[in-house]
Design a protein around this ligand. Structure first.
Ligand code: ATP
Ligand code: MG
Length: 384
């Protein structure tokens, strides 16, 4: 019965003169998300977007994954005469299971002969006549029947579907996500996307020490994240990390392997980010979770780059991260038991307090620049 979807967006309406640009990106993301669904005109007024569609349920399902949208309402549009509005009001109310309701009217179209309070009263009375179980409650109604009197017709709706909020993907610039096969990094990428970052993934793969299946698992995670990007595909860079791993194996300080591995990952990521004009690296670190995520480890690892490194999970407990990963649909894939390049090379006693001096000493026998340049040159792009 509904043939319009009303899209509400929050924060972006606050951004003053950037507002137009924000709206353009949101609408473009909306259009991409709705590919394959039949939609008609898309219009915007008063900080809202109206999408004409005969498939509002399918459209709503897709738009619930588009950042920047706060909520949706399916809307019934009808002619601008009182009888049509009354009929529409009954149809909209029949679609709820409310016991109490109120009517709220807005009338941007001042040519309509009745004023808003009078419309609300009249329509409210008509609804009461048609549903014996319904009562009016103006303070805490189960349902508010919204009526908008506009030039193109009267718009009626009562349902509000909450969405993700955040900022439209792409308004903030590009970021490079270090995407492992674990639980944490996809969640970190999701949270960066939520704040408008256009996220691309970078995965370090150590074939033949790690299997093709572990790479496919990461590609699947990329595909799931891709549903939230507002883009047609998700870009995943795959870096062949085997030579770096071998060089790290050879240096004499076994307990520093993870520290060194992370330093190489960051160096390679920073170089690729620069080439791709990304403005930040994103990781799934959570403070204190493992040896490489103590404050000392993060300090020593971070020392290799001046590029900002975003760690959206830094203050989260594992359970909070797991909860989000279930919610966004990455959890089931993340827990598949394939090897990661880190698990293969884990030392027996990883250093929990590595210093920059120790790391430099361990790296002194390595051709750091050569290894980094070669790894960057061998990095491949897959579009998922
Ligand atoms: P995750 O669940 O994301 O794998 P984790 O708790 O296992 O995280 P670590 O293995 O210490 O933590 O990794 C910390 C972060 O380093 C990851 O969140 C990810 O951003 C990055 N990282 C680790 N391994 C890889 C990899 N093979 N490719 C790309 N990034 C990686
Ligand atoms: Mg991991």
């Amino acid at each position: 019965m509904y043939h319009i979807l009303l899209v509400r967006y929050g924060e972006i309406s606050l951004k003053g003169r950037n507002r137009r640009m924000f709206e353009d990106i949101l609408i473009s993301n909306v259009k991409t998300a709705l590919q394959g669904i039949s939609i008609g005109e898309i219009s915007r007024t008063f900080g809202r977007i109206y999408i004409e569609t005969d498939e509002w349920e399918a459209a709503a399902e897709r738009l619930q994954k588009v950042f920047g949208i706060v909520s949706l309402s399916p809307v019934l549009r009808t002619d601008l005469d009182l009888d049509s509005i009354k009929d529409a009001a009954v149809r909209v109310m029949a679609d709820t299971n409310a016991s109490t309701f109120k009517v709220e009217t807005r009338r941007p179209n001042k040519a309509f002969p009745m004023q808003s309070p009078e419309i609300s009263r009249t329509i409210g009375g008509h609804v009461l006549k048609n549903f014996s179980h319904l009562q009016v409650d103006v303070h805490q109604p189960d349902v508010t029947l919204e009526i908008e009197i506009r030039r193109e017709g009267a718009y009626l709706y009562s349902r509000t579907i909450p969405c993700l909020g955040g900022l439209p993907a792409g308004v903030s610039g590009k970021g490079l996500l270090l995407l492992s096969g674990g639980i944490d990094s996809p969640v970190a990428g999701y949270l960066a996307m939520k704040r408008g970052v256009a996220v691309e993934g970078l995965h370090f793969h150590s074939y033949p020490f790690t299997t093709e299946r572990s790479k496919e698992k990461v590609m699947e995670l990329g595909r799931i994240l891709g549903q939230y990007t507002g883009q047609e595909s998700f870009k995943l860079w795959i870096c062949h990390f085997t030579e770096v791993q071998k060089a790290i194996q050879k240096q004499p300080y076994e307990s520093l392997r993870i520290t060194l591995m992370r330093r190489f990952m960051l160096r390679i990521a920073a170089k690729l980010a620069e080439q791709q004009k990304a403005l930040a690296i994103i990781t799934g670190d959570s403070l204190g979770q493992v040896a490489s995520q103590t404050m000392e480890s993060i300090f020593t690892i971070n020392a290799v780059t001046t590029m900002p490194v975003y760690r959206p999970l830094i203050g989260m407990d594992k359970q909070e991260i797991v909860d989000i990963s279930r919610q966004i649909g990455t959890y089931e894939t993340s827990i598949l038991p394939y090897d990661d390049c880190c698990t293969v090379f884990v030392p027996k006693n990883p250093a929990t307090r590595p210093t920059v001096e120790q790391a430099l000493e361990a790296e002194s026998g390595m051709d750091v620049d050569g290894l980094v340049n070669e790894a960057v040159a061998l990095t491949e792009l897959v579009e998922l």
